[in-house]
Design a protein around this ligand. Structure first.
Ligand code: NAD
Ligand code: G6P
Ligand code: MN
Length: 442
């Protein structure tokens, strides 16, 4: 904290999610004793419209907060209290390739799952490790709250690279996105829901959905899903691809009726079906480029042009911005609130490896993350998660060691591929297009 105020830096200031985070921050300026916000990006041309929007937003709503956007690391990281990180190495151009190359080879092409997530993971690791080193040069105690995907790989890689650093927290908004949908289906306020959840990031299950009275609403929710389907609540996740993704939750609940899975589990349970339904010529990256990216930058420019942010419609998913800001607030004010976040297993799920990064409900406060114990999980889930853990570990080791063999092992283990000849073909294509982003794999 600089003197009496808090400094927050958003790394990846030019992200499409930044305006939503800024709007959420405006509600917490007092609670966080906010003094300064810095947007940091390596691409000032991209960041500028969002930075100027943010400047105007804070001038209008919180004029006491100093707001700047920069490409200078020292300005960004010196005496900072909270880092909110959301970078995308290679941008949407590389996301498109992550999604399209696997689909052209007949397997799932997705931003975080399967070989797309593998390619993106190896790209993210280099920049994320550099970012943490840079931050620690200037601010030893800053909390680093990270959204950068694929968060499972990033979390595992950062934990290995910074063993003693207990102030890096990797988070994902999909559990909250799903909880808001569940609350809508159940006709209750989402704040009433206390979930039990276990898994790896983008590979987990809700096992209980308690309401305020302590009743588990999961049985009721499953019936409602089986009779009326499952649908997203926030506007962004009402794009066609997300509607299709949510719709398959019903199939997963029908096939495996014990729990309610994360939407992402479908890529591993129905890999052939998913690959057949996705279009290698028009993927989610194209939907985002033609939708969210265009809209957010247009809205930001428009607001700056007319000189006010009042009435602007830059926020597409409230839950996303609110989650990261609320987490900073619960740490800052030691509120001990419960969030589903990523944490090193260390016996939370005793029959999974202790160094796996699991995603479970945790209490968050100024002592950091206190996870709830989950206990042993049943064979089906253990089998799936052990497999995915091995894939994640081999991916990170392939990056660390520059190992082609480990990369091939990772992709062969991944349930979206399985066949080693297919894995090799995809790996060779990904190596080609990721030159300059990946270490050389030998
Ligand atoms: P985006 O491309 O719009 O934004 C990313 C920004 O990061 C760009 O402005 C880019 O210039 C900048 N950048 C790239 N490399 C950088 C570096 N090394 N240092 C600083 N800035 C850098 O992407 P987006 O769609 O807005 O997503 C941003 C990130 O947030 C992605 O990683 C995405 O997967 C992630 N995300 C995660 C969750 C989650 O649940 N964990 C939710 C939403 C988004
Ligand atoms: C959810 C996931 C994120 C992911 C995002 C994809 O919020 O939790 O991890 O990045 O969806 O969003 P997009 O709209 O870019 O496909
Ligand atoms: Mn996520």
């Amino acid at each position: 904290m600089i003197n009496s105020g808090t400094k927050i830096t958003i790394v990846g200031g030019g992200s499409t999610w930044t305006p939503g985070i800024l709007k959420a921050i405006t509600k917490y300026t007092n609670s966080l004793s906010l003094k300064e916000i810095v947007l940091y990006d390596i691409d000032e041309e991209r960041q500028a419209p969002i930075g100027e929007f943010g400047k105007l937003l804070f001038k209008e709503l919180c004029p006491d907060v100093n707001f700047i956007h920069t490409t200078n690391k020292e300005v960004a990281y010196k005496d900072v209290d909270y880092i909110f990180c959301q970078i995308r190495t290679g941008g949407y151009k590389m996301r498109e390739l992550d999604e399209k190359i696997p689909l052209e080879e007949g397997v799932v092409g997705q931003e975080t799952c399967g070989s797309g997530g593998f390619a993106y993971g190896i790209r993210s690791l280099r920049d994320m490790i550099e970012m943490v080193k840079d931050i620690r040069k200037y601010s030893k105690n800053a909390w680093i709250l990270n959204y950068t995907n694929p968060a499972a790989i990033v979390a595992y890689g950062l934990t290995r690279a910074f063993r003693d650093d207990k102030r890096i927290l990797n988070i994902c908004d999909q559990p909250i996105n799903m909880i808001t949908s569940m609350a809508k289906i159940l006709g209750i306020n989402e704040a009433q829901i206390q979930p039990s959840y276990f898994g790896l990031n983008h590979f987990g299950w809700f096992t209980k959905i308690y309401d305020e009275s302590g009743e588990d609403l999961l049985p009721k929710l499953k019936k409602l899903i089986l009779n009326g389907g499952f649908a997203p609540k926030d506007a962004e996740q009402r794009d066609k691809s997300w509607l299709d993704t949510y719709a398959l939750v019903e199939d997963m609940v029908r096939d495996f009726p014990e729990y309610v899975p994360s939407t992402y589990v479908q890529y591993y349970l129905y890999p052939e079906y998913k690959a057949s339904k996705l279009d290698p010529k028009y993927t989610r990256a194209n939907e985002v480029i033609n939708g969210r990216e265009r809209r957010v930058f247009k809205e930001c420019r428009e607001a700056v042009k007319v000189g006010t942010t009042i009435g602007s419609n830059v926020v597409h998913n409230d839950a996303h911005g609110e989650m990261i800001v609320e987490i900073a607030d619960t740490i800052h004010n030691n509120k001990n609130k419960i969030y589903i976040v990523m944490v090193e297993n260390n016996g939370i799920i005793p029959n999974l490896p202790s160094d796996a990064i699991v995603e479970v409900a945790c209490i968050l406060g100024n002592r950091g993350v206190i996870p709830f114990h989950v206990g042993e999980i049943d064979t089906f889930y253990k089998g799936l998660l052990e497999n995915q853990y091995a894939y994640e570990k081999l991916t990170v080791e392939a990056f660390e060691e520059g190992s082609y063999t480990k990369a091939l092992q990772a992709l062969t283990l991944n349930r979206t591929i399985v066949d080693a000849k297919k894995a090799r073909k995809i790996l060779d294509r990904l190596i080609e297009v990721n030159k300059g982003y990946w270490p050389e794999l030998k």
